[in-house]
Write a protein that binds this ligand. Structure first.
Ligand code: ADP
Ligand code: MG
Length: 564
């Protein structure tokens, strides 16, 4: 080992007690120590904090760490203080400090005691602070959660936009380190541009989280009971349950409590004090479970969260990845369990209906990927990584066997004939039905709407009644993902035939459909499992379809659909 390497390892051991660097940490730290602008993209739990903490401790002067959340800064400062005899080694500078406290912080910096100064972006806008920081030795500036700078990120903070300007004022030649867990290219581009660091050396880690187990279960009326059962099986472990609405958060937290589970609610409708209290209770392990909206989570540094449950499916794969990423940050087990019902997708679609069409189209594209994820028979890890542009082989890749689809392969059916029938019916009934009514025509279930059109429908009415309603509904969903049908946005979900769909009618090919959770025809001879013949090629087909779908969406929307 060279001296630099030996020094680095010695410092790692001395300050953090670790004997090995994680992933790209060492390379990142070397880049920072050689004063390069550095851009770090690592998944949640990848160990980004150490990338700036260690070089800050090793160098002369004070490193400024910009971070969006007070709770997050407090956590880190406490941890750093634990490794030194001098409390002054790390400080937070924010608006909650009184004059004397601010004076003490500044004195410690002047005395060269403070190695890390955590600031919220809004505190950096204060003239007196900027003037002071200009006058002292700054080793570098780290911008944590740098995706907050981008409107395309999942947590845009306007104050982040001023950072470049302020950094310039504090010192033109101070190296900048940007860190984020957002994997999408658009956000990365925004970060580099807005921080004015296009020359940065970029380090991007794999987004595989090999210790997380991914599972999707059907969401039924018994979902609360299912969640309670799961938590009881994981008694005493820390976990987060995400719900879409504040109301549901409150209700579910109560239901858990009456069932003897130590749980608290967390959402933006609670006052700041209650929120802080509930977060602390979770961090201090006074409660096992937080039931929360997405307001809970960013930067929550609780390393031993053992499960993340989604009571409601999120609106994009990226959000799902971020939220589940809070499990198993210490490298130990982490169970990511999502409850999925297509109804919830329709609910999310309804929420979007008032928005501008372009925004709706992005939203629909993102939701289609969520449906594909939930209903796929392929390795979920492979699916997620593919979404972030990473190839993953679940036979050889780390964590490749940790998901429900790999452990319990879903059945697949040859659905070519059914698909032709479905497409023909859509076409010949003049593309006027939403999915439910379409399926009603297929299975021959009359209602007022269908009655009013009946002459058109006569030849097709009930033609598919050899299969159940649920089967046809599942087929429609999977065919939407495959791109043979599409939902019309302007009319809120009327099903239309695509060009690919029209071609399919004339030139039908094999179409493997994945077993729906609800229907089970285990006596059917046409059943094969994904792990046997056909599984792999069906996966490949899905990949190809998704790629195609994304390309089309990218063209239409001007951006890849996965950038939000
Ligand atoms: P991120 O900010 O990337 O989400 P953190 O910086 O919070 O991740 O680190 C996640 C966890 O990994 C923390 O519990 C941290 O102590 C641990 N960690 C970081 N570096 C190492 C290392 N070299 N060896 C062992 N554990 C590490
Ligand atoms: Mg972090």
């Amino acid at each position: 080992m060279s001296t630099v390497q030996t020094d680095l390892h010695a410092a790692l051991k001395k300050y953090f007690g670790f004997s090995k660097f994680k992933g790209l940490q060492e390379a990142v730290i070397k880049s920072i120590l050689s004063k390069h602008n550095t851009f770090v993209i690592m998944p949640t739990g990848g160990g980004k904090s150490l990338c700036y903490q260690l070089p800050a401790l090793m160098q002369e002067g004070t490193a400024i760490i910009v971070s969006p959340l007070i709770a997050l800064m407090k956590n880190q400062v406490d941890a750093i203080r634990g490794i030194s005899n001098d409390e002054g080694i790390a400080h937070v500078l924010n608006s909650s400090l009184n004059k004397t406290e601010v004076k003490k912080v500044k004195q410690d910096i002047v005395d060269g005691v403070t190695k890390l100064l955590y600031v919220a972006p809004e505190s950096l806008t204060k003239e007196e602070h900027v003037d002071f920081l200009r006058s002292v030795k700054i080793s570098f500036m780290a911008i944590d959660e740098a995706h907050c700078i981008s409107e395309w990120g999942h947590d845009f903070r306007p104050e982040y936009r001023n950072l470049r300007h302020i950094i310039k004022r504090i010192g033109d030649d101070i190296p900048i380190i940007g860190l984020t867990a957002t994997a999408t290219p658009k956000v990365q581009e925004d970060i580099l541009k807005n921080l004015g660091m296009n020359d940065a050396t970029t380090f991007k880690a794999s987004f595989n989280r090999p210790n997380l187990y991914y599972e999707v279960r059907p969401k039924t009326k018994q979902v609360d009971a299912d969640i309670i059962r799961f938590i009881k099986q994981n008694d005493g472990k820390s976990g987060i349950v995400y719900c879409l609405s504040r109301k549901r958060v409150e209700e579910l937290a109560q239901t858990l409590q009456v069932n003897g589970i130590n749980a608290v609610p967390y959402h933006a409708g609670l006052d700041a004090k209650t929120r802080a209290k509930h977060q602390d209770m979770f961090l201090m392990e006074d409660v096992d479970v937080v039931v929360a909206t997405i307001a809970f989570g960013m930067g929550i540094d609780k390393p031993d969260v053992r499960f993340v449950i989604h009571h409601d499916i999120p609106k994009s794969i990226e959000s799902y990845y971020q939220e589940t990423g809070r499990a198993g940050r210490d490298g130990g087990e982490g169970h990511c369990l999502a409850f999925y019902a297509y109804k919830d997708i329709e609910k999310l679609e309804k929420f979007m209906s008032g928005k501008p069409v372009a925004e709706q189209e992005i939203g629909h594209a993102l939701l289609q990927e969520v449906v594909a994820y939930a209903e796929t028979s392929m390795s979920r890890r492979k699916f997620i990584l593919h979404y972030f542009g990473e190839e993953f082989d679940n036979e050889t890749g780390e964590g490749g066997d940790l998901d429900d689809n790999v452990r319990h392969p879903k059945k697949q059916y040859e659905a070519k004939e059914d698909l032709v029938l479905l497409l023909e019916i859509v076409s010949k009934t003049n593309e006027k039905y939403k999915s439910k009514d379409l399926v009603n025509v297929i299975i021959g279930k009359e209602n007022a709407l269908i009655k009013s059109h009946k002459t058109n429908e006569q030849p097709f009415f009930g033609k598919g009644k050899y299969k159940e309603n649920t089967y046809w509904m599942a087929l429609v969903r999977q065919v939407l993902v495959a791109g043979y049908l599409k939902k019309d946005i302007e009319t809120y979900g009327v099903i239309k035939l695509t060009k690919a769909g029209a071609d399919f009618i004339n030139n039908p090919q094999s179409f493997m459909m994945t077993e729906d959770h609800v229907f089970d025809e285990s006596n059917d001879d046409s059943i094969i499992t994904a792990s046997k013949s056909g599984g792999a090629s069906a996966d490949e087909k899905l990949m190809a379809m998704l790629k195609d779908l994304r390309k089309k969406n990218a063209k239409k929307l001007g951006v890849p659909p996965f950038v939000i």
